[in-house]
Structure formats: C-alpha cells, structure tokens
Design a protein around this ligand. Structure first.
Ligand code: GRF
Length: 210
C-alpha cells in the first residue's frame, strides 16, 4: 500500500461525531477547486445524531452511520474499516471523531489517518484543549493537523497555525478563533498530502528535496 499522495484522485473517508464544521471546510475547499484531485468518498459517523450528517444531506455527500455506543471497540472499528475499503478510501480524515481508534484500525491504515487538534501539540492533548490552553495562560494558541499513531494526539505534525491569546479573550472566544484557523489548516494540510511533495522522515513531515 503506497502513501496517500500516490493515489489519484485522493479519496477521503471523513469520520465525524458531531457538528461537522471541519467537514464543511474541506467540502467547500473541494467545491471551490482549491483541492484538485481530492474527493470525499464517504462520511462515517459513530452517532446517529451527529449534526454533520445533516451537512452531508445538504451537500449531497454519501454518509454511513456505525453506532459505536455499547459495542466492543475492535468490532466497531472493523465495520468502519470495511466501509472505508469498500469506498476505496486513500486517506482517513478524523474531523471531530470522538472515539479512540483500536490499534488494529491504526495498523490497517499506516500513515493514512490524519486528525486535527485544537492546540499547538504537544501542548494540551486530550479533551478541552482550548480551555486547557486558556487556563494555563499561554500567549500563543492554535491548532495542529497530524498523522495518527497509536498514542493520543501524538503522530507526526503536518501543519500548525498559531494565533495570539488576547487579554480580552475568554475560553469560548479563544476556541472560536482557533476553529477559524482549523478551517484553513485542514484543507491546507490535505492539499499538501495530495500534492505528494512531502515525505515523512521519522516524526518530521518535510518537503521532498529530490
Ligand atoms: C474541532 O475543534 C477539532 O479540532 C476537534 O473536534 C472539533 C470538531 O469540530 N478534534 P467540528 O465537528 O469539525 O465542527
């Protein structure tokens, strides 16, 4: 199995659990023509009530629901992986997917799963990253797009966007300004992967020189 960038077109499988604003940002970039050769092959939600499913209906994106609640992780993930394979997905895009992935799932898509996290990793992994950053009193906050490995919010960094924390901020205003950066960062990171001009050297995702 080659790197995602060796596939044309690059077919995305977007995994969601909720709002779906990053899904909208990616879909809008595709529609505007700023992600040439990139398609959303399927959107998968692990809850039937995810608002992102309504987004799929509005945008005409194929969607599937595999309810994860109450199911063993490996069993649920196997169903999701089968669905991704059926849709010939090259790159799995986690967009607010609030479910830890099984080691088997991660191993099935090596360097082909990306995530967006609302902090400048490695600071503030886990839940409520924006609140964590605000409470810590950092002066720079932001978001990170990274490959997914077996550790939480840990894989190689593809792209980060930073913003200043303002004296007038509350946690909510900071989170909403970070979200605006996320909507720029995620399509930009996918464009980089699709371009094939980058390679992974250990943890470092760098421009290909040869
Ligand atoms: C985003 O803040 C993302 O960084 C985090 O989950 C949130 C998802 O938001 N992983 P949305 O569903 O894309 O609007």
């Amino acid at each position: 199995m080659g790197s995602p960038s060796q596939h044309h077109p690059l077919k995305l499988g977007v995994l969601i659990s909720g709002r779906g604003s990053n899904l909208i940002a990616i879909a809008s970039s595709i529609r505007k023509g700023s992600l040439p050769g990139v398609q959303i092959a399927v959107v998968i939600s692990n809850t039937a009530s995810a608002c992102g499913l309504a987004v799929c209906r509005e945008l005409g994106l194929p969607s599937e629901v595999f309810v994860s609640k109450g199911r063993p992780r490996a069993e649920h993930d196997a169903d999701v992986a089968d669905c991704l394979r059926q849709h010939r997905v090259d790159l799995v895009v986690l967009a607010g997917y609030m479910r830890l992935l099984s080691p088997e799932f991660i191993a099935a898509f090596p360097n082909r799963i990306v995530n967006i996290h609302p902090s400048l990793l490695p600071a503030f992994p886990g839940l409520d990253a924006q609140q964590q950053a605000f409470d810590y009193g950092v002066k720079l906050a932001g978001c990170t797009v990274h490959f997914v490995d077996e550790h939480l919010d840990h894989g190689a960094v593809i792209l980060q966007r930073a913003i200043p924390v303002l004296d007038t901020d509350v946690a909510e205003s900071l989170a909403s300004r970070i979200l605006k950066e996320e909507h720029i960062a995620y399509p930009a990171a996918i464009a980089r992967i699709a371009s094939g001009e980058y390679e992974l050297r250990g943890r470092r995702y760098v421009r290909r020189t040869s």
